[in-house]
Each structure stands twice: as structure tokens, then as C-alpha cells.
Ligand binder design. Structure first.
Ligand SMILES: [Zn+2]
Length: 402
């Protein structure tokens, strides 16, 4: 009887210990998340925001500082007594690398744990052969790793943005605009660099980038449009990225705006992206220039548009088509704003005025009223920043899981 009783107590002790550890880990994660959003912040304010006792917060903060997650910076304003020590994320304690694999470019960044960009690189590419692309990226990643200073956590993750269907596990299912017959990105880079790897649809990553670090920070209902050779769409609903059943949301580039229209890379006809993307512009530009479209660039077309009415007319046509797609999106989802990112942002001056005009005519007025259309052309970094935000979020989740 005695032994049995002892066993029961022992089991209870263990359960209580693991419960306490779980609570502690959860509280540490909560503190980190709160500092991340509100830094610099004092221990007293943290306790208030989180409804925890000052003693609990102080103990956990001390641990987090010792473990390199947080650091103490300067003194804040006093509310009567001593001026409090302020806390911030120790963003230089680790790095992320993110790679946006476009159809005709590869863009990569090295960031700290707050998404601060330490280094960036962008190259135009003329091959979509999987092996060539992978080898090219491996060199890029190695170069970025060589630029890292010593840091307690080192490289916490590599993220890849891919233009295509990517399931919730990071498996690439299809890439209509690339010549990929296979894809083992995640396994390949995990094995080669011994680091956590995430693979995401590039437009979903772009939407998350705008939500985490960009023009969507203060908006809970916005749509991110990635305009490149194809068009990808990321949906932020109620403040979070909407992924659908398998992670396949956002293929709105393949909604049909022209019945029996031009053949799209997906094999269907009349898709929105075939009429409103960089590909449409280049194929129309090809007719003007008498050169194959893949030897022409959007940059050239944008430059020429300043002095050439015919080139401007191409952008205006693309913009009208772009606006029809946006009208369908606005009528469907009732967003606060639309953020346009990626390559097409270079054509803002020729496209945006036309887009706004057409939307005013075609979208349902009460839904379209007040919807801002923003071209975010700050280096077209939304996708890579979103990938970094995913890597950072998963790093903290891993560190504080029980
Ligand atoms: Zn299509």
C-alpha cells in the first residue's frame, strides 16, 4: 500500500514538474513575443501587458537575457521612482537567409532576428533548369554564410519562396512558370547546411512579409499581389495568412478573365496573369520590337515608355487587365487595401493611375470605397522578408516548445 501511494505521489510530482516547465516556456515565449512587438519595454510594463507578477517577469527576463534572447538597453522614462532598464530583442544573436526564386531572377537576403537586412543580392537568371538553379542558390547561400559574424544561435533557418503550388509541408507540387520536373529543396538544403529549411509559395511569403515588416503591419485585411512573369496572391484575413485546406490559396493569377482566351503556362486559357503580368507586357513589347520576348526586359520597357507612346499603351492595357482582376478580388474579399509587390512595381507610374480609374468604374462601389492600392517598390523585398519572418517565428517556437 505504501509503495503504491509513493508511486502515485511520484507520478503527480512529475506531472506537476512538466506542467510547470510548460507554463514557464509559454511565459518566456509570450515575453519574447511582446518585447518583439513593443520594444523597448520595461519589466514593469511587460508585467502589466501580460498580467503576470513583476517577480515572475523579472525572473524570466533574467533567464532570457542570460540565454541571449533579450538584451538590456539604456534607461526608460520614470513614472515616479527609479528609471527602469529597458529591454529589447537581441537581434544580432542569430541570422536568417531567405531566397526568392523568381522566373527570371533570384533574390536573397541575410537578416538578423528582427528582419534587419545585413546583406542582399539579386541576380537575373536565364535558366529555369532545376539543377542549375539549385547550384546557383547554393553559391549564393554560401556567400551569405561567409558574411555572418559569430552569433550565439548562428543561422536559425533558410527560407525559399517558390512561384507555384507548395503544400503545408513545404513540398513543391507544381511550378507552371518554371521547367522543374522535381524539387527536393527542403531536404537538399537541410542536408547540405544542417539547418531548418522552409519552403513557401512566394506570394504567401510576400503577404506575410508585408504583414510582419512592411505596409501591412497595421492592417488586418489586405491582399498582397506579387506581379512578375506570373501573378501570385497572398491573403491576410483577420490578421493572419489564409492558407486554405492544403496551403494552396492564392492561385488567383489563374482566375479566368477571358473565356477561350490566350493559353496560360498552367495549360488553361484566359487566365488573369496571362493578360496582366510581366509576361503579357514582354509579349506585347516583342511585337513592337521584333525581338523574342525573353531577350527583352521589363526595365527596358519602363525606360522606353517615358518617350514612346506605343510602349506606354502596352502598360495601360496591362493595367486595365490588372484592374479587372483586382475588381474581382475586391468584390470577393472586401479588403482594406491591396499591396502590389515584386517586378511590376517598376511600372507604377504607368499602371497605377489606370488601375484606380478602372476599379472605380468596375468594382461594387460600397466595397471598393476607401480601398487603397499601394505599389510597394522598396527593392521588391516582401517575399524574402516574409520568409525571414517565418524562419524567425519557427525558431522561437522550436526554442520554447516543451
Ligand atoms: Zn493559368
Amino acid at each position: 500500500m505504501l509503495i503504491q501511494k509513493w508511486n502515485v505521489q511520484k507520478k503527480g510530482d512529475i506531472d506537476m514538474a512538466s506542467y510547470q516547465l510548460e507554463v514557464k516556456q509559454q511565459n518566456k515565449k509570450l515575453i519574447l513575443k511582446t518585447v518583439y512587438q513593443l520594444e523597448p519595454i520595461s519589466r514593469a510594463d511587460l508585467a502589466k501587458v501580460l498580467s503576470l507578477t513583476k517577480a515572475t517577469v523579472s525572473n524570466l527576463v533574467d533567464e532570457l537575457v542570460q540565454e541571449h534572447y533579450l538584451e538590456q538597453v539604456g534607461l526608460g522614462k520614470s513614472s515616479g521612482g527609479r528609471r527602469p532598464l529597458m529591454l529589447k530583442i537581441n537581434e544580432k544573436a542569430g541570422y536568417t537567409i531567405s531566397v526568392d526564386i523568381g522566373v527570371n531572377y533570384i533574390r536573397s537576403i541575410l537578416t538578423d532576428l528582427k528582419g534587419g537586412i545585413m546583406k542582399k543580392a539579386v541576380e537575373t537568371t536565364d535558366t529555369n533548369v532545376y539543377e542549375d538553379t539549385m547550384r546557383y542558390i547554393e553559391t549564393m547561400v554560401n556567400n551569405l554564410i561567409n558574411d555572418m559574424d559569430d552569433a550565439p544561435f548562428g543561422l536559425v533557418g533558410i527560407g525559399f519562396g517558390v512561384p507555384g503550388l507548395v503544400d503545408s509541408d513545404g513540398t513543391v507540387i507544381s511550378t507552371p512558370n518554371l521547367d522543374w520536373q522535381e524539387s527536393d529543396i527542403r531536404k537538399r538544403f537541410e542536408a547540405a547546411f544542417d539547418v531548418h529549411v522552409i519552403v513557401e509559395n512566394e506570394a504567401n511569403a510576400g503577404a506575410f512579409g508585408e504583414k510582419s515588416f512592411g505596409e501591412g503591419i497595421s492592417s488586418d485585411h489586405f491582399i498582397y499581389i506579387s506581379g512578375g512573369i506570373g501573378i501570385g496572391v497572398g491573403l491576410i484575413f483577420d490578421g493572419v495568412l489564409y492558407r486554405g485546406r492544403n496551403g494552396f490559396t492564392g492561385e488567383l493569377g489563374h482566375t479566368i478573365i477571358q473565356m477561350d482566351g490566350l493559353t496560360c503556362s498552367c495549360g488553361k486559357k484566359g487566365c488573369w496573369e496571362r493578360y496582366a503580368s510581366e509576361l503579357y507586357i514582354l509579349k506585347e513589347y516583342e511585337k513592337l520590337k521584333g525581338m523574342p520576348w525573353h531577350q527583352l526586359t521589363l526595365e527596358e520597357a519602363v525606360t522606353e515608355a517615358a518617350a514612346d507612346e506605343d510602349v506606354r499603351a502596352i502598360f495601360h492595357r496591362a493595367a486595365r487587365h490588372f484592374a479587372i482582376g483586382l475588381t474581382n478580388i475586391i468584390n470577393s474579399f472586401n479588403p482594406e487595401k491591396i499591396i502590389v509587390g515584386n517586378r511590376l512595381t517598376q511600372a507604377e507610374q504607368y499602371m497605377l493611375p489606370v488601375i484606380e480609374e478602372v476599379i472605380a468604374e468596375t468594382a461594387i462601389s460600397p466595397i471598393a470605397k476607401g480601398v487603397g492600392i499601394h505599389f510597394n517598390n522598396t527593392d521588391q523585398l516582401a517575399t524574402v522578408l516574409g520568409l525571414s519572418a517565418f524562419s524567425i517565428e519557427r525558431f522561437f517556437d522550436r526554442e520554447f516548445s516543451t
